[in-house]
Ligand binder design. Structure first.
Ligand code: TPP
Ligand code: MG
Length: 604
């Protein structure tokens, strides 16, 4: 039997070690589907409910495995559906390859059914490598470069394969003119800056007295070096959201998240430092960094395309975080751990007390901060966490303390709704032996999560550890946006856009063979988490949470609180509850480390 182009594509993916392709069928990839059948489904075809979810699963897989995520879709609508997930990968710098079909070559340019101009449509999302295969000899190069570029530039690449090309007999490139033979693999590499540049960076860091470090996901492989550096320099370390799992939160000088969803100690450290070191982060919000003339600053980033932005850095080191820090550390002069470091540790300890008290504030019916705070104490050390975009991202950022080998992620830069459930499904294919938890708003659950529960239902029985927990913060509101409207524009809540129907998420889970429970009282929260963590299958907890609990920013600007008050005066539907809740939470934050004004809300 001859090898067709489609057989060759799957074989090449196998050669690259690709084990899963997150995908959805359509006649634009019928040739590939037939090849999958011939190849005994290797690499494994993982069927999502929607191509965007297939892309999110590929992103989750890539984020939690460090390996390339591969997704596939048919021409036209399938390719269009993939896009949002692919942008999520591109903006968060994770390697994802998309393989998409196209109409037959004979129909191209004929406004044919399902023909869209994919080269134009994908030009931006796959700007580093996008190719349409029109003759067999373009392979394996097109696949090899797509995978190598995705890895090397930590981005999205795409290969378009017209349906009729998939059916051609494969013939490899030859030694002739205008042929492009190709090879497999990409050796690992760790670029380092020159000695001169390292010395310049060391001079800046040695001169400072109050050093603040900001790390992102690029520092994940350099945990020991960052710890050593913080010790040598007497520094504190704040974490961008994507770097939340780069360093444990049980170190006393780790101030936690930074930014609008961040912590007050991170905010304060940036306000008062005289020196800033950024490692592996493109954290975008300059207003949470030191004033532009406040600190001398050094950045380390592996990507020359990304380095030097966001702050007037004096030294922009291009290099792998671990290898660069290993070379920098011997040049650093140890600083005494004086008032600076003491203040950071004190502020951080106080922050965690404040979080405890915020979680203990009574709410109607359940305080979402309590839901996530209660989870913190129960998290398995090897858990994989995903938060969706919405208020759950606030509580993920603030209440969960990373420790052990925990991993966590969210849509950091695109901040799209909907990846929570598909991310953890992707994670389960990368790590079937680890528990995974998604924190998802009811809006995101209705948008994508419910459909993807069906995908979890299809595959969970083969996972070594079947625990995949989906916690829905059911506040019947697009709450994050409601709060943004209140805080930023002073607009009252616009119910036609914000209110969501109540849905019985746990009942739905049970109806498809999963398990679940609805929680309507604070006293049921801990039990529900425990039951989910002991479950023998994916489990949905439908937490009925209070939309009136405000995600107040770390600096709690009075102007924002005032704007919220204005909205209330203009007639916000939630007004009484919000005033009460907002003030209560604020008062808790202000308390000087003193008494708990309320007992834990799980008393009833
Ligand atoms: C695809 C997409 N659509 C819209 C938004 C804007 N947005 C951000 S958060 C949010 C509300 C999310 O509501 P929900 O999932 O219920 O979470 P909650 O904030 O209520 O906890 C919206 C509409 C977005 N980020 N992504
Ligand atoms: Mg909601």
């Amino acid at each position: 039997m001859s090898t067709k182009v489609s057989d060759h594509i799957l074989a090449r993916l196998r050669d690259w070690g690709v084990e899963h392709v997150f995908a959805y069928a359509g006649d634009g990839i019928n040739g590939l589907l037939a090849a999958w059948e011939r190849a005994d489904n290797t690499p494994r075809f993982i069927q999502a409910r929607h191509e965007e979810m297939a892309a999110f699963q590929a992103v989750g897989y890539a984020k939690f495995s460090g390996r390339v995520g591969v997704c596939a879709a048919t021409s036209g609508p399938g390719a269009i559906h993939l896009l949002n997930g692919l942008y999520d990968a591109k903006l968060d710098h994770v390697p994802v390859v998309a393989i998409v079909g196209q109409t037959n070559r004979s129909a191209m340019g004929g406004s044919y059914q399902q023909e869209v101009d994919l080269l134009s449509l994908y030009k931006d999302v796959a700007s580093d490598f996008l190719e349409m295969v029109t003759v067999p000899e373009q392979l394996p190069n097109a696949i090899d470069r797509a995978i190598r570029t995705a890895y090397g530039r930590r981005t999205v690449t795409a290969v378009i394969v017209p349906a009729d090309v998939q059916e051609l007999d494969y013939s490899p490139p030859t030694h002739d003119f205008k042929m492009v033979p190709s090879s497999l693999g990409l050796a690992s590499y760790a670029p380092v800056p020159t000695e001169d540049d390292l010395a310049r960076a060391a001079e800046v860091l040695n001169a400072g007295e109050k050093v603040a470090v900001l790390i992102g996901q690029g520092a994940r492989g350099a945990r020991a070096e960052v710890e050593q550096l913080a010790d040598v320099l007497g520094a504190g370390v704040a974490k961008a959201l994507l770097g939340k799992d780069a360093l444990p939160d049980d170190l006393p000088y780790v101030t936690g998240a930074i930014g609008l969803l961040g912590t007050r100690p991170s905010y304060e450290m940036m306000r008062y430092c005289d020196t800033l070191l950024v490692v592996g982060s493109s954290f975008p919000y300059t207003q949470f960094m030191p004033e532009l003339d406040q600190a001398r600053a050094v950045q380390i980033d592996i990507d020359p395309h990304m380095v030097g932005m966001r702050y007037p850095f004096e030294v922009n080191l291009v290099g792998d975080a671990k290898a660069t820090l290993q070379r920098l550390l011997p040049q650093l002069e140890p600083k005494k751990h004086g008032n600076w470091r003491k203040k950071i540790e004190k502020d951080t300890a106080r922050w965690w007390e404040v979080m405890e008290r915020r979680a203990a504030v009574e709410a109607d019916p359940v305080n979402p901060e309590y839901v996530i705070h209660a989870l913190d104490a129960l998290l398995p050390d090897d858990v994989i966490l995903a938060a969706d975009s919405g208020s759950s991202a606030n509580w993920y950022a603030r209440h969960l303390r990373i420790r052990g080998t925990m991993r966590g992620s969210l849509s950091g830069t695109l901040a799209t709704m909907g990846p929570g459930v598909p991310y953890v499904i992707g994670a389960k294919f990368a790590h079937p032996d680890r528990p995974a938890i998604a924190l998802v708003g009811d809006g995101a659950m209705q948008m994508n999560g419910m459909a993807e529960l069906i995908t979890a239902g299809k595959y969970w029985s083969e996972w070594q550890d079947p625990r995949l927990i989906v916690a829905v913060l059911n506040n019947q509101d697009l709450n994050q946006v409601t709060w943004e409207m209140r805080a930023m524009s002073g607009a009252p809540q616009f119910l036609p856009s914000q209110a969501l129907p109540d849905v019985r998420y746990a009942d739905f889970a049970r109806s498809i063979g999963l398990d679940g429970v609805r929680v309507e009282k604070p006293g049921e929260v801990v039990d529900a988490w425990r039951t989910a963590l002991a479950a023998d299958r994916p489990f949905v907890i439908d937490f009925r949470t209070d939309p009136a609990v405000p995600p107040i920013p770390p600096h709690a600007g009075l102007d924002q609180i005032e704007a919220a008050a204005t909205a209330l005066i203009k007639g916000d539907s939630d007004r009484v509850a919000v005033v009460k809740q907002g003030l209560k939470a604020k008062v808790q934050e202000m308390l000087p480390g003193g008494k708990h004004r309320h007992g834990r809300p799980d008393r009833d």
